[in-house]
Design a protein around this ligand. Sequence first.
Ligand SMILES: NC(=O)c1ccc[n+]([C@@H]2O[C@H](COP(=O)([O-])OP(=O)(O)OC[C@H]3O[C@@H](n4cnc5c(N)ncnc54)[C@H](O)[C@@H]3O)[C@@H](O)[C@H]2O)c1
Length: 341
Amino acid sequence: MSALTTPRGPVLITGGAGYIGSHAAQLLMERGVETVVFDDLSAGHREAVRGEFVQGDLADTGAIADAIQRFKPVAAMHFAGKCYVGESVTEPGLYYQANVVNSLNLFRELQRAGVRDVVFSSTCATYGQPEVVPIPDDAPLGPITPYGQTKLDVENILASFSRAYGMRHACLRYFNAAGASPDGTLGEVHIPETHLIPLLLEVASGQRDELKIFGQDYPTPDGTCVRDYIHVCDLAQAHLSAISLLQGGVESLTCNLGTGQGFSVLEIVQAAREVTGHPIPVTVVEPREGDPAFLVSGGTRAASVLGWTPQRADLNTIIEDAWRFKRAHPDGYPSSCAESR
Ligand SMILES: NC(=O)c1ccc[n+]([C@@H]2O[C@H](COP(=O)([O-])OP(=O)(O)OC[C@H]3O[C@@H](n4cnc5c(N)ncnc54)[C@H](O)[C@@H]3O)[C@@H](O)[C@H]2O)c1
């Protein structure tokens, strides 16, 4: 394995006011790496920003160029984008613009400025309906939604930029990000919220009457969908390792980021009941079209190439961390309260 080289200058973090990007920025700062968050706050929160902040839109190439010229980043982490799978089906144009065109804008400005190293937030949705589960890093790709397709398109753009311009990249295919910073200061606030654990915690907080479970007829042990939940702080650590490897000169890489352990919706509900002490009522509704029964990582590259293993993979730890944040911020960050009014 190549030497890890901690970035010796600022790292540009697009989407750093959002859920995963804010945790990555916090970790970098803890490790003494300067961060420059570039975010339009369309879905992010000013209070979640760690480091320098530029409020800007990736559709605006001049704003990207100005931020690069002003802060002279040595590398970039690209989290910004739109992430609602269902919305991508009904509004594909928005997703190709936000995820593909805006990413291309960013990469062209980085390339012009000579910034060579990029870590990109990809997704297990690039696999579509997987043929084999647990899903290896080199499983066939076949996204079944515009969201997954846009992420695969960006991976392909990065591969072309690597060949043509020597840009190095790490495409990290996350499974289900979950949890929160153990110090209770950062956590998951999406508006609207669609992710299972924050929805359960809304029920436990009395903000929602019940949890809707989409289908109980899947070919899984209890009939509900099985997913791989990866702690957001473990994702942040993988980003730091990836950027440090790229800075050390390693070649580009693409890998899964998951724990390799699957939990069904009902198992998560039960764990959330135990952590919160709330009965959390559920009702079963129609399954969502195209939801795979199992999505669990079988990747080994993150361990072998990044030297990464999740440290907070225990399900109770993930839910306890999310619950701590929820109790400290029942309505999200102050700016999210204003947004939702
Ligand atoms: N959350 C998950 O489970 C998960 C799983 C797989 C992949 N991902 C990917 O990881 C990335 C981060 O996810 P997240 O959950 O933190 O999302 P998030 O919505 O919390 O964060 C995205 C951030 O990007 C910003 N942004 C959006 N469009 C922008 C633009 N045009 N210019 C500047 N900033 C813009 C938003 O304001 C927000 O702060 C996304 O690309 C997502 O697709 C997330």
